[in-house]
Design a protein around this ligand. Structure first.
Ligand SMILES: Nc1ncnc2c1ncn2[C@@H]1O[C@H](COP(=O)(O)OP(=O)(O)O)[C@@H](O)[C@H]1O
Ligand SMILES: N[C@@H](CCC(=O)OP(=O)(O)O)C(=O)O
Length: 372
């Protein structure tokens, strides 16, 4: 058995993500029997002393039937209306289902701002930690009703990998309607199951596609992206079928395991590097690139040659080299309107109140080779 499966089987804290396709059916909405079976598996694992954070999709799917929508809405406003109706049904169903085990659930609806902004991030971290300490099961989803196109996570696989870091989980389990990653969409037949992903080369040549159920959003593509992100930052991942949840949360001997990198990236740096889209770009000269990427220094105004975007102090921006490659990402300390007067100037040439780093080293994550 791989170290990833062993780690998941013995984890003290797990993030479990379940997809819409495993909980809802087009036409009839939320499938309570399947939801109960998932909760049975989670309660069984919790009885072994594991803390579980559940990231559950299904709000839009659950809202379709009550609103007489026959297919998953494509436009944002109808998705938000469906999520508004469905999230209530979902939360109610989980509260009832966990209640069978005298377990209490707490609903946590997140937008990307909750993780990008430091104060919000710490706030979310505190909420999770207190809920877990009180023995409750946090049930997480994206706050679909207020998330605009710009600030959306878009898929819950990604949200789950981010939450796994936020709560310092020992493992991430992604449950779907398919029992593993295959070398092609298993619905087309003749495909081979991949049981272990140890490195990027194990993913070469695979045909990984989008959802075919019409209920999920990201398909296997977003699961693999989320699994790679989490594993690269030190968290083992298992992709399995929700119908195999008992085994996945038991000995973890089913599905596809993604073996984790040996060292764990700090949660804060992980969030910065992989958080939702940046609000702008700072163009760096070669000296600034070396200072920031190689020497891990703060970015000063003197090394910036240009600015793009619409950001305010506290937003995340991309740091770009002369070849237009994003070399780092960080939290900017000035509004976009303030920067044109500052860039290219040494600190001693600037008024005292503006003599600070444009991006402080603590708020900066180098990203080698990331395409812009
Ligand atoms: N290479 C692949 N291996 C496994 N599943 C795949 C692959 N390519 C595409 N898929 C599709 O991805 C679907 C799972 O994604 P999705 O429907 O979004 O699930 P969820 O709602 O659980 O997030 C599977 O049902 C399958 O049809
Ligand atoms: N937040 C949305 C789900 C988005 C999503 O990623 O869905 P899925 O691909 O089924 O995990 C909802 O609750 O309907």
């Amino acid at each position: 058995m791989s170290e990833a499966r062993r780690a998941i089987a013995s984890a003290k804290r797990l993030v479990v993500k379940v997809g819409s396709s495993a909980l809802t059916t087009a036409g009839s909405g939320l499938d309570i029997d399947r939801l109960d079976a998932l909760v049975d598996a989670i309660a069984e694992r919790m009885a072994r002393g594991t803390q579980i954070v559940l990231v559950s999709s299904g709000a839009i799917g659950a809202g379709m039937a009550p609103l007489s929508l026959s297919s998953r809405p494509k436009d944002l406003a109808t998705q938000q209306a469906a999520a508004s109706v469905g999230q209530l049904a979902l939360a109610h169903a989980y509260a009832n289902s966990f209640g069978r085990y005298s377990l209490t659930v707490g609903q946590v609806l997140l937008t990307s701002d909750d993780v990008v902004r430091r104060a919000h991030y710490r706030n979310a971290q505190r909420t999770f930690s207190r809920l877990l300490a009180l023995g409750a099961v946090p049930v997480v989803n994206e706050n679909d009703t207020v998330a605009t196109e710009e600030i959306r996570f878009g898929d819950n696989d990604r949200l789950a990998s981010l939450v796994a870091h936020l709560v310092a989980a020992d493992g991430l389990v992604l449950l779907s309607d398919v029992d593993a990653l295959y070398d092609g969409d298993p619905r087309s037949g003749g495909t081979r199951k991949i049981t272990e992903v140890r490195s990027e080369s194990d993913l070469e040549g695979l045909s990984v596609g989008r959802s075919s159920s019409g209920l999920g959003t990201g398909g296997m593509l977003s699961k693999v992206a989320a699994a790679r992100t989490a594993a690269a930052a030190g968290i083992p991942v298992l992709i399995a079928a929700a119908s195999d949840a008992r085994h996945a949360l038991g000995q973890a001997a089913v599905g596809t395991a993604f073996v984790q990198a040996p060292s764990r990236m700090s949660a804060r740096r992980f969030w910065l590097g992989y958080a939702a889209g940046s609000r702008g770009r700072l163009y760096l000269d070669d000296g600034a690139v070396t200072a920031v990427v190689r020497h891990r220094r703060s970015l000063l105004a003197a090394g910036i040659t240009g600015v793009d975007g619409d950001f305010q102090a506290g937003d995340v921006v991309d740091l770009v080299n002369h070849a237009q490659t994003v070399v780092a990402r960080g939290v900017v300390a000035f509004d976009v309107t303030e920067l044109p007067d500052l860039i290219g100037h040494s600190s001693h040439e600037l008024p005292e109140e503006q003599r600070r780093a444009v991006v402080h080293a603590d708020d900066l994550v180098p990203l080698r080779g990331r395409a812009s």
